[in-house]
Design a protein around this ligand. Structure first.
Ligand code: ZN
Length: 102
């Protein structure tokens, strides 16, 4: 979808279909695609995990190993496409391969 060059604020609901926020029902969102591939940085401070490179999968952050793809509700701030909660056991399991790297 091209960015509008108009200086006029478009009417709400005139753009591409957006699924309503499961928290507040708003259709206003910002989508962030930050697929930096092997230049991503992932940190899980309370488990002492820091990793430069492809993002570990199944850690709750939506997207793929190339990087996050996040849809945030602009009214309540909810991340609409994450998978939460994520247990420490799941985080530890999904990042096991990082501890095997030397
Ligand atoms: Zn919302």
């Amino acid at each position: 979808m091209a960015i509008s060059q108009s200086n006029t604020l478009p009417e709400s609901g005139t753009s591409a279909a957006v699924s309503p926020c499961p928290c507040c029902g708003s259709n206003r969102e910002i989508s962030v695609f930050a697929k930096a591939c092997n230049s991503n940085f992932t940190s899980i401070p309370h488990l002492g995990i820091e990793h430069f490179g492809y993002m570990p999968s199944e850690v709750g952050v939506p997207g793929c190993s190339d990087g996050p793809e996040i849809h945030v509700c602009l009214d309540c701030g909810r991340i609409k496409n994450g998978k939460y909660p994520v247990s420490d056991e799941q985080l530890w399991k999904e990042t096991a391969y990082l501890r095997e790297e030397v």
